[in-house]
Design a protein around this ligand. Structure first.
Ligand SMILES: [Zn+2]
Length: 284
């Protein structure tokens, strides 16, 4: 294997678009600073609802293939060169929203054996040897089965990799501090009339919102806001962007955060960190 940069960050996401919405500014910042950023996406999101009418004919595998192209374009916008699909393209299917019969499809990610999927992710961890891993909380941020499963698979893979010789120094969950979300939604109400969206989302629609005291780490990615917005725009089937807001297929406006927030759940760190690698020894 060729020599990788000293600082290595691995992020795990459920569908193409989740990486740009949750961590786009963080990914752009760290690639710009010379860190190696690896994104592992678990499904191609082929059950997603499509926004542009001219693309609504895309469903199932055709939508998955299209979204793979969107993901590639998003990663290019963020400067990320190491994007992978867990188990290879099409290994795990999109499970669809909670409660749908789609969740029972034996090929969907929700039905995957956690240990088996975690074993595949552990292989990536052992190859790249990241010091830092980022994923969702145990509710997947907002309860989507694929996001919950991505959480379970990631946490298990971190353990498997440790058993096999690579201990991850720090594991983070994606977060948004409640007061930040509240302030952003208050601004959104004032600006809604000027936006191309008719209605506002609710604070509960934002994944990972928690009380401020749980936030350990703040990444100011405002210098990379344009890259994040470009990456989100690349997911045109899923996202409509009108900075500093965006909407998903429900057409409800929500804030586009260029400062991104994290809760350190494994490893040691200090509240108020402004670097995911703070205190990490950059060993190989
Ligand atoms: Zn998702």
């Amino acid at each position: 294997m060729t020599e990788l940069p000293a600082r290595r960050l691995l992020l795990v996401h459920a569908h193409p678009d989740d990486e740009s919405i949750n961590n786009g500014a963080t990914m752009a910042k760290y690639t710009a600073e010379g860190a190696h950023v690896t994104l592992v996406t678990c499904t191609l999101g082929e059950r997603g609802e499509v926004i542009p009418p001219e693309l609504r004919h895309l469903t199932g595998p055709a939508l998955g293939a299209h979204r793979r192209g969107e993901l590639d374009a998003a990663l290019a916008a963020l400067g990320v060169t190491d994007g992978r699909l867990l188990g290879g393209a099409g290994r795990y299917g999109d499970s669809g929203m909670t409660g749908l019969a789609d969740n029972d499809d034996p090929g969907c990610f929700w039905q995957a054996d956690v240990d088996e999927a975690a074993g595949r992710l552990a292989e990536v961890i052992l190859e790249v040897r990241p010091q830092v891993v980022v994923t969702y909380d145990d509710n997947g941020g907002y309860g989507h089965p694929d996001h919950v499963q991505a959480h379970r698979v990631t946490m298990r893979a971190v353990d498997l990799a440790a058993e096999r010789g690579h201990r991850i120094a720090k594991v983070y969950w994606n977060r948004v501090p409640r007061t930040v979300a509240e302030a952003a939604f208050a601004r959104l109400q004032d600006e809604l009339a000027a936006l191309p969206f008719d209605k506002s989302a609710a604070l509960d629609d934002v994944p990972g919102v928690v009380d401020d005291e749980r936030i350990t780490t703040t990444i100011d990615g405002s210098a990379h806001g344009a890259a994040k917005a470009a990456a989100m725009r690349a997911h045109a089937t899923q996202i409509e962007v009108a900075e500093p807001y965006f909407a998903l297929s429900n057409e409800l406006a929500q804030p586009l955060f260029t400062t991104e927030y994290y809760e350190l759940v494994r490893g040691t760190g200090q509240r108020g960190e402004t670097d995911l690698f703070a205190g990490v020894e950059e060993a190989s």
